[in-house]
Design a protein around this ligand. Structure first.
Ligand code: PMP
Length: 396
């Protein structure tokens, strides 16, 4: 039995039934069984977190704060760090953007997901580097000029190419110049343990729904001082410690300051359960992604999108351009005729994906640059048969 919940068999246009090959795990991962069980166990005890003195409320408050502790433990939080539950990664970056001390410049690369490209007010976008060395050199040059009041914000793993970024090296550069670094771990967390210390990160953000938990909860983890000093992200109950008759508000301290409104208990518990389970899971993912990339390399009409060299370490995400095919129609045929779910588009990273599509079209000798890429992403529940089915379908 698979460790994730799956929709089971799907009926193809020719009448056959096949096990659905979900190769769009990078968008939203299926739910782990242990996560579904943890949520189901809690449902009868559903009560409001941090509100009310009844047994239900007490239990729910305890479970919510335990989920926070689990995240803190697994990421290696220290005394000066905090864990704020958010809606998702996008929400986490927007919160951090609102908590920056006045005068902070954000430095990022123009290859980022929109979640880490758009929230910032004062931002420098460095051009796409072609190697880890180039990324490090480009950041060093930039920080030499921008100075101390800087937050560097980079992805740990690209949602377009699956390539890993040299985060620890970029963090060392940031710290050398007195800057802080935030890491978008949305695509790293599903594939590898996330550790603040190993990444050298001051802040890390990721989403529950990408680490095999249901939708609705994410986290911002990292240094508490900026968050404690900032205006609450949302004004309302929970974020306020006291509201006087004249309307004067004393805001709460700690993570509650940025978690106004009734907390998402199930989301937090699901996220923490998934994070713990992933620590122990053996994904066989590297073998599967190698199999997929080797297969794609053998198809003359398919060209993988990549920013760094072909050998760059990566997670289980591969995007590609297909010569002479409308990606949207291709995706429909893959679903209808082969029971395969892939993603097409520009993957909320428009500047990066457009650039890589243009390069792939040149390598393919194609006259027209495709307007969309196709992305296959692997993870728990993916089998070698799913990968081979995609390769055989593309070969046809
Ligand atoms: N960063 C990366 C690298 C992502 O892949 C995604 C999701 N596509 C996000 C951020 C945003 O995640 P969410 O939609 O859960 O906020």
């Amino acid at each position: 039995m698979s460790i994730v919940l799956s929709p089971g068999d799907v009926k193809l246009r020719d009448g056959r039934s096949v096990d659905f090959a979900n190769l769009d795990i990078a968008a939203t991962a299926p739910c782990l069984r242990v996560v579904a069980d943890a949520v189901a166990e809690l449902l009868p005890f559903y009560g409001s977190v941090h509100r009310g003195a009844g047994a239900l409320s007490e239990r729910c408050t305890r479970e919510y704060e335990q989920a926070r502790e689990t995240v803190a433990d697994l990421l290696g939080c220290g005394a000066g760090d905090t864990v704020v539950f958010t809606r998702n990664t996008t929400d986490a970056f927007n919160l951090l953007a609102r908590a920056l001390p006045a005068g902070t410049t954000v430095v990022t690369f123009d290859t980022e997901h929109h979640a880490n490209l758009l929230p910032w007010a004062d931002v420098v976008r460095l051009p796409a580097p072609r190697s880890a060395e180039e990324a490090v050199a480009s950041l060093t040059r930039c920080l030499y000029n921008t100075g101390k009041s800087t937050l560097v914000s980079v992805t740990a793993a690209s949602n377009v190419t699956g390539e890993l970024w040299p985060v620890a090296r970029l963090a060392a550069v940031a710290h050398r110049f007195g800057a802080r670094i935030a890491v978008d771990a949305a695509q790293l967390a599903p594939h590898a343990p996330v550790s603040l210390a190993e990444l050298g990160a001051d802040y890390v953000a990721f989403s529950g729904h990408k680490i095999y938990a249901p939708f609705g909860a994410g986290v911002l983890v990292g240094r508490a001082d900026w968050l404690d000093a900032a205006e609450p992200y949302l004004a309302g109950g929970g974020a306020s410690a006291n509201v006087a008759a004249d309307g004067t508000v004393r805001w709460a301290t700690g993570p509650a300051r940025h978690e106004a409104g009734t907390p998402n208990l199930l989301g937090a518990v699901a996220l923490a359960t998934a994070l713990r389970a992933l620590h122990d899971a053996d994904t066989h993912e590297q073998a599967l992604v190698n199999r997929l990339r080797a297969g794609l390399a053998g198809l003359p009409h398919v060209e993988e999108l990549r920013l760094f060299g072909p050998e760059a370490p990566r997670v289980g995400i591969v995007s590609f351009a297909v010569a002479g095919e409308d990606p949207g129609e291709l995706a429909v045929r893959l679903g209808r005729d082969h029971g395969i779910g892939v993603r097409t588009g520009l993957f909320c990273a428009h500047p990066l994906t457009r650039r890589l599509l243009a390069e792939a079209a040149t390598r393919l000798g194609a006259v027209d640059v495709p307007t969309q890429a196709v992305r296959a992403s692997l993870g728990l529940g993916t089998t070698a048969e799913h990968v081979d089915r995609l390769l055989a379908a593309l070969d046809r």
